[in-house]
Each structure stands twice: as C-alpha cells, then as structure tokens.
Design a protein. Structure first.
Length: 418
C-alpha cells in the first residue's frame, strides 16, 4: 500500500489550492533541547491547516455526476475548511456536519468559504454518523477526513516538499495523529525514500486511539475522547491509516495538556505564530521524546499542522504553560487558623520564591485550607524540596501539580482567584 500512496502523491494536483509551505529552523527550541529542530509550517496555508491538501485531492478525482450532486463531510474544523475551499474551487456544493463543541472560529471560517454547516453531536464520531445518514438521504458523496487513499496521498505531498527542502534525511519526524491520515501519508512516502528516518506519532493522553490500536494489533474504539486538542479528538483511527502505521510508524508518544500548552508557547517564541493545540502536538511529542531518551545532536522535524485557535483559549493555555514547562508547582496545604500562621507559611517557602497563585478557604476555627502555586526553576527536584520542607514542619499537604481536576477546576473554586 505505501507504493500506491507514493504513486498517488506524485500525481496529486494539490497546488491548485495549496501552497508549498516553508521548512523553518526553530533556533530557540533547538538550543533548549540540544537538537536541531525544524518546523514544517502547514499553519501558513490559506485555511491555516494542511487539511485542504487531502480534501482537494479526493474531490478532484470524483466523477462528473458526483461533483454535480455535491459532497458532505464531517469535521471538527480543519477538514471542513479544506472541503469548503475545494468545493468553491471546483464549483460544487458542500455540506459540513460539525460537532457542537467545534470552536466558533472554525465554524465561521467554513461559512465564509461557502459551506453549509450543520452542528450535530458532541464529538467527531457522532457528527460523522449523522453525515453518513445524509449521504443516502440526499445522494451526496462523503469526503472522509482520513480513511481514503486520495486524502492520504494529498497529505503525503507534505513529505515530498520536505524531501525537496532538506538535502539529507531527518533522524526523526514527529506528526500529530487524530484519525491517521497525515501520519500515514508522510510515513508512506518517507519510508520509501529514507527508511532510516524514524516516524513518530504524537497523541494527547486522553485521545490516544492510534497508540491503543497499535498496542492491541487492531483498531479500538476509545470509550471517551478528550477535546482540548479538538483537531485530533477521534475515538477510532481509520482502517487504511492503521494498516500503513503498522508497517511505517516507528513509535507513538502521548502528551499531557500542559505539555501541549507549553509547545504552543515554544512555537510562538520562535515564529510569533500561535498554533492551535493539535498544531503544536508534534512539537510537544518531540520534547517528551528528547526528555525520555536524553538524545542530542539530532535533526528532527515537527509538523505544525494548524493554527485555527479561538483567541479566548489563550488565557487558559498561558496558565497551563508554566505547568507544562515544570516551572510551577501546586499544593493544597492546611494551616492553622490564627494570626501569623500565613506569614510563617510564606517564610517557610523562602523569600526568593514567587507565589503565582494563592486561594484561601476558611475551614473552621482551628484550620484553613490554602491552595498555592509556586514558581519553580529547578523542575521536579525543587518541587520535591518544597514538599519535603512542608512535611518536615508537619503541614498537611497534597501535591496537586499533576492533578487534572485541580488544574481545571479547583484553583478557581477554593475561595476564587487571588
């Protein structure tokens, strides 16, 4: 199958709508991780995502009858924009079914491109099921976001560009994985030209459908899918991408929300561009890979797959970035409810430590609960030193740094923000 993908990649007319995006060195992150990191800037496409490549390559190959009847697609956003733009280019009608959780910026973009939008379901899979019912009812052609050879070949044109842009093989290429169309296209091409290049897929911990499928040896359906990185919020990988991944993908990496947020900041610092969470996923995986294996001096590429970010998410991402970079520790501490106890608590932390968050809740006449965020420069070692100092003074304390409930909710509930 990789040979067939490569054949289709070589003849894919994607540049009717897509641009050849730059492959840029990221000097700041390269210096930090002690490896040479390149960013493939698919966020610079006209629809701010790679997805138009596969959508157009699929739709250009439809019959005249199919084009006349129109197409329908299900998407959390970026594929929808690709289908809508391609339909406009080809003079076709396009209906897009999107989950109700889709960011408004993506819904509005589809409408501006001329697509008819239907909001249905709370996930991609529910939206897709609804769209497939409409296929039979209205005789439309379903444009799959990833489980289609022409879609995969369209995404695979990214690999061809990278081969032209870099005159030697990368050691590793990191690719975000949702349904698997992007990684299967890139892997199918790269492994036939430079088989020594490692292809590593990256998924959020709460949406790791490819990771689980490769472990099980068959496609699994996740019971629940996290939607923070909405562009890869998929419960089951595609059948074709899975078969390609079994032979062409070397490893999978999963990352936490905080790590994704930190990667959004990393990309901004090197490019002044703001990637969406799924767009920063590959870079987050690269950082996790480097930390896990302690590698240096390698040539690595990360696909920045999209930048369709709702502006109002930036505050949340900014807050989570410190945790993703291990520059903030969060503790829930019980202190005495008496004058001077808070002063003693702060003195124990040390004069040179900055308190990033402090929430207080009166418990009773004897005790109070404080929720405190502390800036750390020494990562896990400094956090452990603070924890040990509190325990030594017999403060009842809980380390909440990696507690997702605390990071999402508790810091806004214990007395409110201060």
């Amino acid at each position: 199958m990789p040979q067939e993908i490569l054949r289709r990649v070589l003849t894919a007319p994607v540049y009717d709508v897509a641009d050849e995006t730059p492959l840029e060195l990221a000097p700041l992150i390269s210096k930090r991780v002690q490896n040479k990191i390149w960013l493939k800037r698919e966020d610079l496409q006209s629809v701010f995502s790679f997805k138009l490549r596969g959508a157009y390559n699929c739709m250009i190959h439809l019959t005249d009858e199919q084009k006349a009847a129109g197409v329908i697609a299900a998407s959390a956003g970026n594929h929808a924009q690709g289908v809508a733009l391609s339909a406009a280019k080809l003079g076709m009608k396009a209906t897009i079914v999107m989950p109700k959780t889709t960011p408004p910026i993506k819904v509005d973009a589809v409408k501006r491109l001329g697509g008819k939008v239907i909001l249905e379901g709370d996930s991609y899979d529910e939206a897709s099921a609804f769209a497939k019912k409409m296929v039979e009812k209205e005789q439309l052609t379903f444009i799959h976001p990833y489980d289609d050879l022409n879609v995969i070949a369209g995404q695979g044109t990214i690999a061809l560009e990278m081969l032209r842009q870099q005159n030697k093989p990368f050691d590793v290429i990191f690719v975000a994985v949702g349904g698997g169309g992007l990684i299967s296209g890139i892997a199918a091409v790269m492994k036939q030209v430079f088989p020594q290049t490692r292809i590593i897929g990256v998924e959020p911990e709460d949406a790791a459908c490819m990771t689980e499928a490769l472990k099980a040896g068959s496609r699994v359906v996740l019971d629940q899918v996290g939607i923070f990185a909405d562009g890869v919020a998929v419960a089951q990988v595609g059948e074709i991408p899975f078969r390609i991944a079994q032979t062409c993908v070397d490893e999978m990496v999963t990352v936490k929300t905080d790590q994704i947020c930190a990667a959004v900041k990393d990309i901004f610092e090197d490019t002044r561009a703001i990637a969406e969470p799924a767009g920063a996923l590959a870079l987050a995986g690269m950082k996790a890979f480097v930390e896990k294996y302690n590698v240096s001096g390698m040539e690595m590429a990360c696909i920045v797959s999209g930048a369709n970010m709702n502006f109002d998410r930036l505050r949340h991402i900014s807050e989570r970035t410190e945790l993703g970079e291990k520059r903030e520790a969060i503790f829930a501490v019980t202190i005495d409810e008496r004058p001077g106890s808070f002063k003693q608590f702060c003195e124990l932390l040390g004069k040179r430590r900055a308190i990033t968050e402090f929430n207080y809740r009166y418990s009773n006449n004897e005790k109070a609960v404080v929720f405190v965020g502390i800036r750390t420069e020494g990562g896990g070692a400094e956090k452990q030193a603070i924890l040990s100092a509190l325990e030594e003074k017999e403060y009842p304390v809980q380390d909440m740094t990696d507690n997702e409930m605390a990071k999402l909710h508790l810091r806004f509930m214990v007395g409110g923000q201060a």
